[in-house]
Design a protein around this ligand. Structure first.
Ligand code: UT7
Length: 397
């Protein structure tokens, strides 16, 4: 063992909503057909959140919990939580902070990352940098989306493409050479308007006009994005492999962003690799943006497509425009050793207690505000004020 630090993937988890929306369901409510969607995209069905109780944060929490369980890592050990998303719970606070709180990751910093469908790879690269530099030992990286909430269900050009879901990885420090060994990040903001949510930001805050013009929905120039994707995907894969010091043929598996089988087939051709080295599951989930790659990785693991020592590339592209790739040498023996039942029970008790802690802190803050009012306001006096202020300071720790 030496002192060099490597960023290893030690845990993984995914979560998709239960509700399935098939191409046939869509064909009942709009001018489309299963044949058109399947032949042009490869998508047969997608998952969508069903009610107000499900959102980006609930999917992210469930995927995050699974990843912590597979890594057998207590949430208090996390140093950082990064959530890549184009559909955050709010503009602020960050979705990552809500996830941090729900998981009881009390020692972690948290932030969201926006890089369109490449977001998860950007986040993974940031996590690996944090681990290798020594600023973090354990990072939870999540890609989570509820694209159904920003989809125009009357626009057949876009609504047939997207789905909801979340995937998560734990990146932990190890001292043997393995894990995330290279990354490539790229961007071209001149193509920003090709895939855009026009309103809701500082450029066009929400108003009656923006809502009635449908500007809070995804707008996409599909053909241009298609052209861009078929160019950058193979290029990003080639350059990350070169950066890792490998040859393309060394790759056991490529996990591409799951947007369209025709885009993936074009990459297969350009890279001259056998098609079976590309993992595809978009027929069941559609394009889940930043969640698509971690969900695909989890399913590749479940299907036994990855073994210890395998060389993998994850490659994404998306809004921004952005593209990104990471090269990974898999270091964890698979199939993962099943967790003893008591460890799962203990973890669930911890998550329950983290929820209670969060509720208690929120309630105490509200109570303080009602009883004591803002600091300096006359009302409470002497010892009671001091005790209330002390409680408030403790809550802020
Ligand atoms: O994560 C990144 C996000 N985005 C992407 O990756 C999307 C990249 N682009 C694509 O995947 C493809 O461009 C699409 C799947 C979006 C479209 O496929 P295409 O082969 O490029 O179709 P097209 O845009 O050339 O449209 C062909 C025709 C049009 O009719 P006209 O104008 O030729 O009469 C569309 O109106 O297909 C029509 N069309 C549909 N027909 C039935 C578009 N959507 C539908 C639909 N059902 N759902």
């Amino acid at each position: 063992m030496n002192g060099e630090r490597f960023a290893q993937i030690t845990g993984w988890g995914m979560c998709v909503p239960e509700r399935v929306l098939t191409n046939a369901d869509l064909a009942k409510v709009m001018d489309t057909t299963d044949e058109w969607i399947t032949s042009r995209t490869g998508i047969r069905e997608r998952r969508v959140v069903s009610d107000a109780k499900e959102s980006t944060v609930t999917l992210a929490i469930r995927a995050g919990r699974e990843a912590l369980l597979t890594a057998a890592l207590p949430p208090v050990e996390l140093d950082l939580v990064i959530v890549a998303t184009a559909t955050p719970e709010y503009i602020f606070p960050s979705t990552a902070c809500l996830v941090q709180d729900a998981l009881g990751a009390v020692n972690a910093g948290a932030y969201d990352l926006s890089a369109g469908c490449s977001g998860f790879i950007y986040a993974l690269s940031a996590a690996a940098d944090a681990v290798r530099s020594g600023s973090a030992d354990h990072v939870l990286v999540i890609g989570a989306e509820t694209l159904s909430r920003i989809t125009d269900w009357t626009d057949r050009n876009t609504c047939v493409l997207f789905g909801d879901g979340a995937g998560a990885l734990i990146v932990s420090v190890r001292h043997e050479r393995c894990g995330i060994l290279a990354s490539v990040l790229g961007s071209d903001g001149s193509g920003g308007e090709l895939l855009i949510l026009p309103a809701g930001g500082s450029h066009a805050p929400a108003s009656h006009e923006t809502v009635s013009a449908g500007e809070h929905f995804i707008k996409m120039n599909g053909r241009e994005v298609f052209r861009f994707a078929t160019t950058v995907m193979p290029r990003a894969a080639e350059s990350v492999v070169r950066k890792a010091g490998w040859h393309l043929d060394d790759l056991k598996l490529i996990i591409p962003h799951q947007a369209n089988t025709r885009i993936i087939e074009s990459a297969v051709k350009r890279l001259s690799l056998p098609p079976e080295r590309f993992f595809i599951n978009l027929e069941r989930y559609g394009n889940t943006s930043s969640a698509s790659i971690p969900i695909a990785l989890c399913e590749a693991i479940d299907e036994g497509r990855i073994s210890s020592g395998d060389k993998l590339a994850l490659v994404g592209f998306g809004a921004g425009l952005t593209w990104a790739a990471v090269a990974i040498e898999w270091g964890v023996p698979l199939p993962a050793r099943p967790q003893p039942w008591y460890r799962r029970v203990f973890a669930h008790v911890f998550f329950f207690l983290a929820g209670l802690r969060s509720t208690a802190r929120r309630s105490a803050r509200r109570l303080y505000h009602v009883v004591a009012g803002p600091v300096g306001r006359p009302g409470l006096s002497g010892r009671i004020r001091k005790a209330a202020d002390r409680l408030q300071a403790w809550l802020r720790r």
